[in-house]
Design a protein around this ligand. Structure first.
Ligand code: KIV
Length: 270
């Protein structure tokens, strides 16, 4: 069968899974076609994270992010990319109630965005759902440790595992999601030795964010590492200073408009 559309060969879920213990996996979040096109050249997978609620839409947590917003940003990122695996976050309230509900919403995300996988938060408590989805054709990336959608229960965005007595629970979460069929797991906001220990214990890749350099890969929120947010978490290395650059460009423009030095049409197009 021939089609008019360009054939796109993306990195696949099994290829990511096989990177366990190998070349570290590079990943970033992205929410738009234009930034995703740049990230696509370097990332193995791109996460359309529900952090977009806070980063792009000014919300104070990810709890209020609606499914349709994730789908709209997911579509933009898929359109802007050719190579990376695209993973879309399932937002709060779209998967926790039952495996059936999770399947309905994950299938909607995959059908409407054409992404390659979904991500959901939770360890042992989500294992049954992860198994249900993967057995029915939906690849799942898990997310344990600091799970922002549960920040109200956790009492804020707190690094996990500071108390060594809590380590067995996190280790059990990692083991449960791996056994349930998740192809990778994000370890967020977790003390370094615990994240390193979990990475050695399970046979799926761990993707660290504020966790350990020993993880099988790393992820950062793009706008954080570009220096676009006035506040970034302590663990984020900032690689750019786009916030001040944008401000300077906007201020130069405003000055030119106000003092009438803004170029006229014939000067611009000459
Ligand atoms: O929503 C998000 O951006 C995430 C990453 C921080 C892993 O879940």
């Amino acid at each position: 069968m021939s089609t008019q559309t360009e054939t796109i060969r993306r990195i696949t879920v099994p290829q990511i899974a096989r990177r366990k213990g190998g070349t570290p996996i590079v990943s970033l979040t992205s929410y738009h076609a234009h930034t995703a096109a740049i990230v696509d050249k370097y990332a193995d997978f791109i996460l359309v994270g529900d952090s977009l609620g806070m980063v792009m839409h000014g919300m104070d947590s990810t709890v209020g992010v609606p499914l349709d917003l994730m789908i709209m940003h997911g579509q933009a990122v898929v359109r802007g990319t050719k190579k990376a695996l695209i993973v879309v976050d399932m937002p709060f309230g779209t998967y926790e109630e039952s495996p059936n509900m999770a399947f309905r919403n994950a299938a909607k995300i995959m059908k409407e965005t054409h992404c390659g996988a979904v991500k959901l938060e939770g360890g042992a408590r989500m294992a049954e759902t992860i198994r249900f989805l993967t057995e029915r054709g939906i690849p799942v990336m898990a997310h344990i440790g600091l799970t922002p959608q549960s920040s109200h229960v956790m009492g804020g965005f707190k690094t996990q595992g500071r108390d060594e007595d809590s380590w067995p629970l996190h280790e059990a979460d990692a083991k449960a999601v791996a056994e349930a069929g998740a192809f990778a797991v994000v370890l967020e906001g977790m003390v370094e030795p615990l994240a390193a220990k979990i990475t050695k214990q399970i046979d799926i890749p761990t993707i660290g964010i504020g966790a350990s350099a020993e993880c099988d890969g790393q992820i950062l929120v793009l706008e954080d590492m570009l220096g676009m947010n006035p506040w970034t978490p302590k663990f984020v290395k900032v690689y750019g200073s786009l916030g001040p650059m944008i401000e300077k460009a906007v201020s130069d423009y405003a000055t030119e408009v106000k003092d009438r030095s803004f170029p006229s049409e014939d000067e611009i197009y000459r």
